[in-house]
Design a protein around this ligand. Sequence first.
Ligand code: ATP
Length: 410
Amino acid sequence: SVAMRQDILDLIERLPKEVQNLLEAVSETAEEEECSVYIVGGFVRDLLLSVPTQDLDFVVEGSGGQFAQALMRRIPDGKLTQHIKFGTAQIIFPDGSHLDIASTRWEHYSFPGALPQVEESCLRDDLFRRDFTINSMAICLNTERFGELVDYYGGKQDLQQRKIRFLHNISFIDDPTRMLRAIRFAERYHFEFAKETLDALHTAIETGVLSKLSVERFTEEVLLIFKEVNYLAMGQILVESGLFKAWFGKELAWNFNLDDAENSRDWSINMRWLVSVSQMKSYEIGTLLERVILNKSLRDETIAYVQLRQSLMERLTISEMDRLLNKAPKEVVIVLARDERFKVRIMECLEAGQRINMSLDGKALLQMGLKQGPEIGEILDRVRMAWLEGRISTLEEEQGMARQWVNTQR
Ligand code: ATP
């Protein structure tokens, strides 16, 4: 255990300086406030795995509110929000990152030295409410114990054996989002499920535990998956395990093609989402949209995707196509251009669009004697179409055509 503590100190020393300073500030605050403080959860997991982490979660044995206020004196650029009801506080930094402080007692100031039993059971309870053993470890930050690992549930061993294991067998019933979280962590770190955890996952899916979940929380968890580098593998598991079928009420034609793994690293969340639904029929996407609550941009793009795909099935002139492609969000066009049915036509249209060398603008038309009004836009449109369709290909021809239109307007 002494060796372990030294290992942890070494790992902490390799963290970015700002993070180390923050841990230092928390440590000093704990001494000042005479309470115990721990960093818990994902931070500890990622520290032991030597992978970068963003979130800092602390558990204070003592008054969390008082602790947060004392800590603020050492973090002058932070902004403090307290949630008294939940016994939590959050400090937000100017760059948008934040740290969370949880505590079991809010109002009462405690002296940890006086009540060691109670103190210990508080942290133990807090950690027992967490999702998986690998997320249930804490590191003490008090000066005397700085770097000491608290691991009641075998998290370190599961990290070493690369296992996702829940803390008790009604975990998925208590909170079905953990089913999605389990899949997310397993694929993010290339871990396997412990046998009971896997069995419980399948049982939970079969017995309809998901129905306890709100559409908001489900969507939130799914979109967290789309942010992950390995989201395609996670998506495949969501389909193969039957979890998606249980939620959406039927099998949808999800597209999580591992061949896209390389390219999808640079894709936005919206792009990843659109590619994932691109094999579904329009009515399937309709079913899908009834069972998720997307943010406006993602919802609008999904609908624009279905509509544009529908239009492209029809015969379109190049200028109709040009108008539709220009109107649609860029990501929608990119995803449709991956579709074998539309690829060639979309590329042709975009290339034709690039050959347009239009010099004419509204100002030029005014100088030719046209009055301000809707005709200006119409003529610009018509000239653009002429370029697209190859009816003009030089600036002289463009000028000639514009003059002709202007004359008919006067
Ligand atoms: P990430 O790297 O994805 O942010 P994280 O572990 O930091 O992973 P958070 O969602 O920020 O994930 O949660 C922080 C901690 O809170 C987790 O490590 C876990 O201990 C606990 N936790 C989060 N969600 C749940 C849940 N649904 N049930 C139980 N414990 C949870």
